[in-house]
Design a binder for this molecule. Structure first.
Ligand code: ARG
Length: 606
């Protein structure tokens, strides 16, 4: 955790802040119900009241039915007894037995505002507690390949990984990023050999920009490929060059480093466009595991996890079979002695568990590699490198499709350049921002900046708001639309609240727990209360779309609140105005923080 989260509100604790974590109303109600349950039925100590938000009351508890069945009791009678045991002065306004034995629960207005006031008093953390026992999560994301153009799949990995990291950090988990870039393998023999024979092809300039860097690499790649395919002698020299690379020959390594550096210039320019900070010390590509791979192979063979088959060292799995029912092995070492993708991943697991002390390994890698990870995890478990204390998960995201539902391509059928795509998103968003700019009084500079935040936010949000395992449609028209579940909608909601707060002269946000609340105020208040629980749930399930859905609903509930409960015009009584401004302020701060966790900025004026 650290400086990578440059635009997030600071939530790193140095011990001098006072931390005031707030138990949510939901958790509070739940705890009181659970103790009333166990006071009624002593054998029900761990019973879950199954509390849900409900339309009829604030909450509904459905857990008594199952308990009654188990205890062979009449559910309605049991429910009535439980109600009699509830002791929480001030929290409950009404608890009513309904249907066959549900509880309908209404909390007091005072409890809502008191809880929210405690949240509001807790700065950027908004009362959200930190995990009691944080683990160490190593997140493998944003892993493009050296000397190759990034594609839309790499975009998803970066966006999803960054959001997961933001959420996990916020819960107090320690996260370590690993950008497992493809920077090793046989194609580098070809590239390096070509460079040795054509030394001026990669310019020595150090101040190239991203696009230029990529076009240099593309040129060298194409040229070397052409020679490789047509010239047998060159092919042979390229093969020898791979051996030199793997055995650490200095001249070869220096040239390899130039490819890596040039590629990084390009990667950084894309990440910069994505408004995402990537740390150099977390770019740990395949090459970093080169020295550990022979040992990985030796250990696997010694333990009998891997066996020799047709000269190669492989791991077999009973349940993983190919078309003709032949087992599909994981290849650790090829028959020619070379190590590949699996060997680097297995070695990386050893490093992440043993040296980094990871308790969770997360791989944000597209679904086409899920079989690879299934085999790698299983092999690592057999070898004892992954234990019961360590979870390993491949967050296998789906393919990016075009608006027509087909895999994303240009009209000419070519793959779309990531940078062009991002530029277009920003261009469209800037047009949207410009339309309203005069009314809001934005300067040209602000229009340009907001256009960037809106455009990049739109791309990120579209990805994060659908469950990651689904394919998703890259549809710019839909992404920058002001209506519907888009980041622009949320960004406008935020800016609108900020403008309300600016316009409210003579009244400041101030909680008034003594006031009776209107229904729309209660609904908004109860939703605000759920922020912390939602972040924890979304982080634990690696499900950023749950946070996105929460934020979208927050913006919608705010709209109904603002329609029904005037804040400025007509101006209500002073305390009511202050209390409503308090709700406005907390909504804005929650939107800001929630979006920041997803990696999306919320401009103050839009
Ligand atoms: N560089 C790979 C690709 O572009 C993704 C790497 C994923 N991470 C890993 N540990 N294998 O397909």
């Amino acid at each position: 955790m650290g400086d990578w989260c440059r635009f997030l509100y600071s939530y790193e604790w140095n011990g001098t802040h006072s931390m005031a974590s707030v138990t949510s109303l939901t958790a509070n109600v739940n705890a009181h119900l659970a103790s009333a349950l166990s006071a009624t039925l002593p054998e029900a100590t761990d019973a879950d009241p199954l509390l849900r938000r409900s339309d009829r009351a604030d909450y509904q508890a459905n857990g008594i039915l199952a308990l009654a069945k188990k205890a062979k009791a009449n559910p309605r009678e049991l429910a009535t007894q439980v109600v009699g045991k509830i002791t929480a002065p001030g929290l409950f306004k009404d608890v009513e037995v309904s249907g066959p034995g549900f509880l309908n629960i209404t909390v007091t207005d005072k409890a809502i505002i008191d809880t929210l006031a405690a949240r509001a008093a807790d700065g950027d953390r908004l009362g959200v507690p930190l995990k009691d026992q944080p683990g160490i999560s190593v997140i493998d994301y944003a892993q493009p390949n050296v000397a190759k153009e990034m594609h839309v799949g790499h975009l998803r990995s970066a966006v999803i990984g960054d959001a997961l990291r933001g959420m996990l950090d916020f819960t107090g988990e320690k996260t370590i990023g690993r950008h497992h870039i493809g920077d090793w393998g046989t194609q580098f023999g070809m590239l390096i050999q070509y460079l040795i024979e054509n030394p001026d092809e990669l310019s020595a300039e150090t101040d190239t920009d991203g696009e230029q860097a990529m076009s240099n690499l593309n040129r060298v790649y194409k040229a070397s490929r052409a020679v490789f395919d047509s010239d047998e002698a060159f092919k042979e020299r390229a093969r020898k060059r791979v051996v030199a690379l793997q055995s650490g020959d200095k001249e070869t390594l220096d040239l390899w480093q130039r490819f890596v550096d040039e590629s990084k210039v390009y990667f950084y320019s894309v990440f910069e466009k994505l408004d995402m900070e990537i740390r150099d010390d977390e770019i740990v590509g395949e090459s970093a595991y080169n020295d550990g791979m022979p040992e990985t192979a030796r250990l696997l063979e010694e333990m009998g996890v891997a066996v020799r088959s047709e000269g190669a060292l492989v791991v077999f799995f009973d349940e993983i079979r190919g078309k003709d029912d032949k087992p599909v092995p994981l290849i650790v070492q090829k028959a020619d002695g070379g190590f590949g993708y699996a060997a680097s991943d297995l070695t990386a697991i050893r490093n992440r568990v043993v040296d980094l002390h990871a308790t969770a390994l997360l791989y944000v890698v597209d679904v086409r590699q899920s079989l690879h990870f299934k085999m790698v995890f299983e092999a690592a478990r057999r070898a004892g490198w992954l234990t019961d204390e360590v979870t390993a998960h491949n967050m296998a995201y789906g393919t990016v499709l075009g608006a027509d539902g087909k895999p994303f391509k240009t009209r000419e059928g070519e793959t779309v350049k990531l940078e062009d795509l991002l530029d277009e998103a920003v261009e469209r968003a800037t047009a949207v921002v410009r339309e309203k700019a005069e009314k809001v009084g934005l300067t040209e500079e602000e229009i340009v900046e907001n256009g960037r935040y809106v455009g990049i936010g739109a791309v990120k949000y579209a990805d994060l708001s659908t469950s990651a395992n689904r394919d998703y449609k890259f549809d710019l028209d839909q992404m920058v639309s002001l209506n519907g579940d888009t980041s622009v909608y949320l960004q406008y909601a935020y800016a609108r609240i900020k403008s309300i707060l600016r316009k409210a002269e003579g009244a400041d946000p101030l909680a008034h727990p003594e006031l009776e609340l209107a229904p729309a105020e209660r609904t908004l208040g109860l939703h605000l209360d759920a922020f912390g629980d939602t972040v924890f749930e979304a982080a634990a399930e690696y499900a950023p779309h749950k946070l996105a859905a929460y934020l979208y609903q927050l913006a919608s509930l705010f709209t109904s609140f603002y329609d029904q409960c005037p804040v400025i015009k007509p101006r209500p009584a002073q305390e009511i105005a202050e209390n409503r401004l308090f709700l406005c302020d907390l909504t804005a701060r929650t939107l800001h923080q929630g979006m920041a966790l997803l990696g999306i900025r919320t401009p103050e004026r839009l």
